[in-house]
Write a protein that binds this ligand. Structure first.
Ligand SMILES: Nc1ncnc2c1ncn2[C@@H]1O[C@H](COP(=O)(O)OP(=O)(O)OP(=O)(O)O)[C@@H](O)[C@H]1O
Length: 716
């Protein structure tokens, strides 16, 4: 009895969820046997389940029921041929990194299989001739579809595997090249290699030793081409397949009219079933090779693992270094973002104009121009020690101007307010006609009638729709009043403090008297930038590898998920380290932010935040099937995290329940920790500081755990 290389028994495979519409089997009651050393041609129309069947054979998808045996074991189990070097797999998609050159693509798989450099070079040269490959230095993404397909085939053939699984390798190739490929495969089969090949070209399969016709997920028949012609009494395979399809149609029609229970269960009698392998015991002949395989694998295990690490590391470096957008994103974006923040945020607004109605000046002897003559404002002390003041409104306006609040003169309050409504100005001010006199009385008397209070009061109408600017204008007018009052009291020989509010702000415990909002926001901004960049880079790289099929193909070649993860973590950590260094340099050296605490602790916290972002990126990549969904989730989750973390608005202003929630988010406590390290010089042993480290580590562990759970229970 011929030894089987691949056996599929009573295979059922569904996509999607049972309770959803359109849930139907893609493979149903499928039996298939591929003997060693043959070419097995799997034929079928588009969508009949060929790719699904192959992906179950290579272990990338799991059957819902039934069994698959490959080279003596179940795919994924110890001792089976897959994943690993015993199989060469060419998926239907190109599944090569676009940034690879032709040579890189073939060498990548050669390295995974730990091929010696010289052998790899020889094989590459041989395959270049055989498959007429484009020049070795050309990038995959610059090749035509047919050229990419040939490189993909070369990558599957490079290591002379025992079993070749080729999903439509000849599509779109010219007939001479197709013929050459079939001849080569026939030669391999004569040497003992088993080949499973799917194709749409029926005439090609005449060269196969055995063909199987798949239709609607069922294998209608499998046999040698001659035997099929004989069995169905036809001259051509097309006719034979037509008869088979008709027969399947009749059977399913009969079944529909007689079966009332489970419509998916096909009566065994109606299915061609010539498989000789009915139970696990029948596979003894197959499984006998397992032990030999295991000892061989043990011998090479270490070398193989090294080879895989090397291959994946080189792949990632090539991918990264040949992707200018990625490089810019990873290295320059943090600089651009941090510098943009420092340039744009926290500086005082300038060029603010206010509408001023100065009735005091308007009714003077020379009218509104009086403030232009500095010597017209006078303050003199009378003999009774009271003060005589004239045109103090001009001094007030001068103090405002020193604070970059400029006046545009209007005649009436209505006109001034109208100008504000036209958004030409940020507010309107009015000085009453008797401003200086009333002010002198107000200060001298201590008690004064309402009319004096009114006459000595500057009225202000602000455009409060712009919160930041109106608050800034308010603060500047208060400060202008403080200096104005000091100046006029000084001129009058009085104690300046008398007219200040009776509250004195002494030297602050932490920070500076005129602390800028930049110093408050910067820690949070740095934390969010490093987290966000790492999450986006990681999820994008991971999803692109998966969508391009590179991940799947590498996994079939034997690369383990943890090996890919280790390499990614290694590279991404180096990038995060560079980003951390860049940010600290800009913040502490470039913009002189306070660095009272340990710089090492600041760096460590930023680095850990980067790792947290990377883990979040892993989670996004395993949860999302496309870039779009990943971007939606990323932006959808980042905004709330930033809004709630306290850098835009203090937590103290939030409702209690929201405050509790915010404290658990990845940016809130770490931002505060970093601020305390920088501004207060707190030590890492301080609970306010180490809580930021703890929450960062908790998020790393939490997101990684979710990734593993998702990967473990994902339906494949
Ligand atoms: N991930 C998936 N989720 C849901 N349905 C899927 C998925 N992959 C394939 N299918 C469906 O399963 C059926 C079989 O698809 P499959 O790719 O195996 O067919 P195929 O014979 O290889 O087709 P082709 O020759 O066009 O590549 C199709 O109806 C397809 O729409």
């Amino acid at each position: 009895m011929a030894v089987p290389a691949v056996v599929v028994k009573r295979a059922y495979k569904y996509y999607g969820k049972q309770d959803k519409p359109g849930y139907k089997p893609v493979l149903q009651y499928l039996d298939m046997t591929v003997e060693k050393g043959i070419i097995y041609g799997l034929l079928g129309a588009s969508g009949c389940g060929k790719t699904t069947l192959l992906s179950c054979i290579v272990g990338r998808r799991k059957l819902d029921s039934g069994e698959v045996w490959v080279l003596g074991g179940k795919p994924g189990e110890k001792g089976s041929g897959v994943p690993g070097p015993r199989v060469g797999y060419m998926p239907q998609d190109i599944a090569l990194v676009g940034e690879f050159t032709v040579r890189d693509a073939v060498y990548y798989f050669g390295r995974i299989y730990a091929m010696k450099a010289q052998k790899l070079t020889e094989q590459f040269d041989f395959l270049t001739n055989l498959l007429d490959l484009p020049s070795g230095g050309r990038l995959i993404k610059s090749l035509s579809g047919g050229q990419q397909r040939r490189v993909s085939l070369a990558a599957a053939l490079v290591h002379d595997p025992e079993l070749l699984i080729l999903d439509e390798p000849t599509v779109g190739l010219d007939p001479v090249l197709r013929e050459r490929i079939w001849e080569y495969l026939a030669g391999l089969a004569r040497g003992g290699t088993t080949v499973i090949i799917t194709t749409h070209y029926i005439d090609e399969t005449k060269q196969a030793h055995k063909i199987g016709l798949l239709r609607d997920g069922q294998l209608l028949d499998e046999d040698s081409p001659n035997e099929i012609l004989r069995k169905y009494d036809c001259d051509t395979l097309e006719d034979a397949f037509f008869k088979m399809a008709l027969r399947q149609h009749e059977i399913s029609h009969r079944r529909r009219s007689t079966l009332t229970t489970s419509p998916d269960v096909i009566p065994e009698s109606s299915i061609v079933n010539d498989s000789r392998y009915q139970s696990r015991e029948d596979f003894n002949v197959v499984t006998s090779s397992t032990d030999i395989l295991t000892s061989q694998e043990k011998e090479h295990k270490k070398n193989m693992s090294k080879g895989r690490y090397k291959a994946v590391l080189i792949k990632c470096i090539q991918q990264f270094s040949r992707h200018p957008g990625g490089l810019i994103f990873a290295v320059f974006f943090p600089i651009i973002q941090v510098v943009a923040f420092f340039l744009a945020v926290g500086h005082d607004p300038i060029d603010l104009h206010l509408a001023v109605v100065n009735d005091e000046a308007a009714f003077s002897s020379i009218g509104l121009d009086i403030c232009k003559y500095g010597n017209m404002t006078t303050v003199t002390q009378r003999e009774d020690e009271t003060c005589e003041q004239y045109m103090l409104s001009c001094w007030f306006l001068e103090e405002m101007e020193k604070r970059k609040l400029y006046s545009t003169i209007y005649k009436s309050v209505e006109e001034a307010k109208y100008a504000v409504t036209k958004r030409q100005l940020y507010g309107a001010l009015r000085f009453p006609r008797n401003f200086s006199d009333a002010l002198a009385v107000r200060v001298a008397e201590g008690h004064a009638p309402d009319s004096v209070v009114d006459d000595s009061t500057v009225s202000v109408w602000l455009d409060m729709s712009d919160h930041q600017i109106s608050n800034f204008v308010k603060m500047q007018i208060h400060k202008a009043y403080e200096s104005f009052a000091r100046r006029s009291m000084r001129a009058c020989g009085k104690n300046e403090e008398l007219v200040q509010i009776p509250v004195r702000f002494e030297e602050p415990v932490y920070g500076k008297m005129d602390s800028e909002i930049v110093a408050y926001m910067a820690p949070g901004v740095m934390v969010t930038i490093i987290y966000f960049l790492a999450a986006i880079v990681t999820s994008t790289l991971m999803i692109s590898d998966r969508l391009e099929g590179v991940w799947e193909r590498s996994a079939v070649a034997g690369v383990r998920p943890q090996e890919m993860l280790h390499v990614h973590i290694l590279l991404q950590s180096s990038v995060i380290l560079v980003q951390t260094f860049e940010m600290m340099l800009i913040a502490f050296v470039g913009y002189q932010l306070p660095s009272r605490g340990s710089l090492w602790a600041c760096g460590l916290l930023l680095f850990l935040q980067g790792l947290g972002g990377m883990c979040y990126g892993f989670l996004l990549s395993v949860l999302c099937s496309s870039y779009t969904i990943s971007f939606f989730i990323a932006t959808g989750s980042f905004y709330p995290m930033i809004l709630l973390c306290g850098i835009l608005w203090p937590l103290e202003g939030m409702p209690n329940y929201l405050r509790m929630f915010s404290l658990g988010l990845p940016f809130t406590l770490p931002s505060k920790s970093l601020r305390d390290l920088m501004e207060k010089g707190s030590s890492i042993t301080n609970p306010d500081v180490y809580s930021g480290f703890l929450i960062t580590v908790a998020w790393i562990i939490g997101t990684l755990t979710l990734c593993f759970i998702r990967l473990k229970y994902r339906k494949t």
